[in-house]
Write a protein that binds this ligand. Structure first.
Ligand code: HAM
Length: 420
């Protein structure tokens, strides 16, 4: 047998939950005026080198990169922001006016060590608010994320925010941080020894070297006046909206494109992979990718992690079963049953027997599928145009015409059994 690739999942039974979840998230995004965008799942490798950053773990160790038959270096997207910004530039979306509010949902690929909540093919629901440098855009983005979590029934999340400064103040902080870590350099883990030169900010969120991070200088003390004013304004907005948050200077994020605001949502009882979503501002990314300077902000949720959180909270929704199972008494009515099912399928979720089960077998299959109603079709029923409709929950049954079935099952009418 050929097995699936390590770190990937087949979504079969759970696909109804996924559909429910994606619909909920989409509806909140649509109601906030965001538009769906779908970009390819593979891009030129250069796109991620330049945006996510050459020195990040993602680019250094985690990308699925290959050469295609034309000799181009291709990468399966490890995240969605860079592709959406590439599409923004390439399709000249700024000419349509700003802001552009886009969302996306789909698979991402990172060659990480698989564990609970961490996969090599995982799925993100992401949102990008393109075009505003103002803190009100940060507030709107964070509010949108919270509305999404609430819409799916997750309310125990912890919002952590930080500012990573900008090109004016961050270099100074980086030097200060390097000076702080220098005496401990030999004691740091192997990853951090490399990160020290390449991306010293990442030392702050290393779990192995957390004890050094505790006393490290905090970026919030090194922000320039503009970055500080931006961060203060965002905090004021969050306070005014009564959104709870914690300023956590160890939130530095694993992607290089961030400037100023960064944030993460953590969820309790998920173990090590407790970040259900994260995002931040990326004011220079579009320019760095060849567009004009268009400040922007966004975030993405990990769908698998949202589902894990819903499972631990026992908040997975009861997925409804079939509305109607059309039961045929014997072989001669199979096609009639199929025709009636087809007519009813315009309004309801329906099914018919294709396994040759007898009436009892069809009834028990209908119960197993959590069916609300059954309609029984026999020779007599077809002749009379009257069918036995049974409410599978209450056991009530009626002899009714097809039009009555529609009324009763849709809940818009009582059974009219006058000519039954
Ligand atoms: P990220 O923090 O790398 O940000 O990923 C966002 C979310 O995707 C994480 O919080 C997590 O829930 C989920 N995730 C990441 N890696 C994995 C994995 N290996 N397995 C399962 N879930 C995972 C970004 O990707 C940014 N593009 C977000 C963003 C949008 N920033 C601005 N706009």
């Amino acid at each position: 047998m050929i097995s699936r690739i390590k770190g990937t999942n087949d979504i079969i039974e759970d696909s109804k939950i996924w559909k429910w979840l994606e619909e909920k998230l989409k509806n909140v995004a649509l109601n906030f005026g965001f538009v769906e965008t779908r970009t390819p799942i593979f891009e030129a490798t250069e796109l991620f080198n330049r945006s996510v950053g050459n020195e990040t773990d993602i680019v250094q160790k985690e990308m699925y990169t290959f050469e295609d038959k034309g000799g181009r270096s291709i990468t399966l997207r490890p995240e969605g922001t860079a592709p959406v910004m590439r599409a923004f530039i390439e399709n000249n979306l700024s000419s349509k006016g700003l802001p552009q509010k886009l969302f996306y949902c789909g698979p991402m690929f990172r060659y990480e060590r698989p564990q609970a909540g961490r996969l090599r093919q995982f799925h993100q629901f992401g949102v990008e608010l393109i075009g505003s440098a103002l803190p009100i855009a940060d507030a709107m983005t964070i509010l949108l994320a919270i509305e999404m979590l609430k819409a799916i029934g997750l309310d125990k999340f912890k919002l952590k925010i930080n500012s990573t400064g900008d090109e004016k103040c961050r270099p100074n902080y980086v030097e200060t941080l390097k000076a702080y870590y220098k005496p401990f350099l030999n004691d740091l883990c192997d990853d951090c020894k490399v990160r020290y030169d390449r991306n010293v900010l990442r030392l702050l969120d290393c779990k192995k070297d957390a004890k050094y991070a505790e006393n490290a200088p905090k970026i919030t003390g090194y922000l320039c006046d503009d970055c500080k004013a931006h961060f203060d304004k965002l905090k004021k907005y969050l306070d005014e909206m009564e959104i709870e948050y914690e300023v956590d200077p160890s939130i530095v994020r694993g992607l290089d494109y961030y400037t100023r605001t960064v944030f993460e949502f953590k969820y309790p009882n998920l173990g090590a992979q407790d970040a259900i979503g994260g995002g931040g501002r990326y004011d220079n990314l579009i320019e760095e990718l060849g567009g004009s300077k268009v400040p922007s902000i966004g975030f993405a949720f990990g769908i698998e992690r949202l589902i894990l959180a819903l499972e631990t909270e026992k908040r997975l929704p009861e997925i409804e079963g079939l509305d109607i199972y059309v039961i045929s008494i014997d072989e001669d009515q199979k096609i009639e049953a199929l025709k009636i099912a087809s007519a009813l399928s315009k309004y309801f979720k329906v099914d018919v027997d294709v396994m040759g089960r007898n009436v009892k077998g069809q009834f028990s299959h209908a119960s197993k599928e959590n069916t609300r109603y059954t309609v029984v079709i026999g020779e007599e029923e077809i002749k009379m145009g009257l069918f036995t409709l049974k409410n599978m929950k209450t056991g009530e049954q009626w002899k009714v015409k097809l039009s009555e079935i529609i009324k009763i099952v849709s809940g818009s009418g009582e059974a009219d059994t006058s000519d039954a």
